[in-house]
Design a protein around this ligand. Structure first.
Ligand SMILES: Nc1ncnc2c1ncn2[C@@H]1O[C@H](COP(=O)(O)OP(=O)(O)OP(=O)(O)O)[C@@H](O)[C@H]1O
Ligand SMILES: [Mg+2]
Length: 266
């Protein structure tokens, strides 16, 4: 026997292996500000990995690194076995076509209607017919309670609605990797449930690899296969949801309980 199940795969993140996304000893700074310092994170293929952490800890930055919008100061970002640092622009774009990104702020095109915004990835990345695109856009908008606003402009919508349009645009293409930045922040409890159910359905039907950033803990527990906590530039704890919740790390427990008392400086 030459294979050892517990050994790291020879080519981390290659198709067919368990790890779709690997951040390895990543360092990142914005100017003088050190945000990530030796962050290591593996995201299992076909699973939901949620990154939790304090505001400003660098959670959105992690998603930007995975998408190649940011490059690490040091360390490696590997997606589907490809080290992003070694990719040419066209190769990076090909990889990005497999990813859906729902940004923290909806980041919609102001001059396009809701339907046009959601149709955008389908026109850009597929050869689907206009009818088929219309059908998919309508179906996605309907499932997120947005059918009635399909012809509106983003500026005419509430913040929560804009957020759902951004979410719709990220999933409409059924990408194999989904990056969700605080998908439920600012939504009412009913829409939070709609988004939660949609994320679960995507997992069940598409077996997508999702990386979610959020700190709404009941939702985190409901959707996550694995949870990782970012603190002071690194992942200090990660594991399957049930195990993570039992973590003995006092920083993790203080965060999960939302306690003002503990090692986390206020
Ligand atoms: N383009 C930038 N230039 C300079 N500093 C930045 C830039 N983007 C982010 N930062 C800083 O880097 C840190 C991490 O930012 P990031 O947005 O990743 O945090 P976050 O964990 O997503 O925060 P939040 O929970 O508030 O969304 C913050 O202190 C932020 O101010
Ligand atoms: Mg953020």
């Amino acid at each position: 026997m030459t294979t050892r199940p517990s050994a790291a795969p020879a080519s981390p993140g290659a198709p067919g292996t368990d790890i779709a996304i690997r951040l390895q000893n990543v360092h990142l700074r914005y100017g003088d500000k050190i945000v990530l310092s030796g962050l290591t994170l593996d995201c299992e293929r076909g699973k939901v990995t949620t990154v939790i952490g304090l505001s400003g800890a660098g959670k959105s930055t992690i998603l930007r690194l995975i998408n190649g919008l940011r490059r690490p100061t040091a360390g490696r970002v590997i997606v589907n076995g490809l080290d992003l640092a070694g990719l040419r622009e066209n190769e990076l774009n090909a990889l990005r076509r497999k990813m859906g990104f729902a940004f923290q702020a909806a980041a919609l095109f102001d001059s396009m209607t809701v339907a046009e915004n959601v149709a955008f990835p389908l026109y850009e990345h597929t050869t689907l017919s206009r009818d088929e695109i219309d059908r998919r856009v309508h179906e996605t908008l309907e499932s997120l309670g947005l059918a009635d606003v399909a012809q509106r402009l983003p500026a005419e919508l509430s913040g929560g609605m804009q957020k759902r349009v951004g979410f719709a645009r990220a999933i409409v293409n059924e990408p194999e990797i989904l990056l969700f930045d605080e998908p439920t922040t600012g939504l009412d409890p009913i829409m939070t449930n709609v988004i939660t159910d949609t994320i679960k359905q995507i997992q069940a039907h598409l077996h997508a690899t999702s990386v979610v950033v959020m700190h709404d803990m009941p939702v985190v527990y409901a959707i996550s296969d694995n949870i990782a906590m970012l603190f002071e530039g690194a992942i200090i704890e990660s594991g399957p949801t049930a195990e993570f919740r039992r973590s003995k790390n006092p920083i993790v427990q203080q965060f999960l309980q939302g306690s003002e008392v503990g090692p986390i400086p206020l």
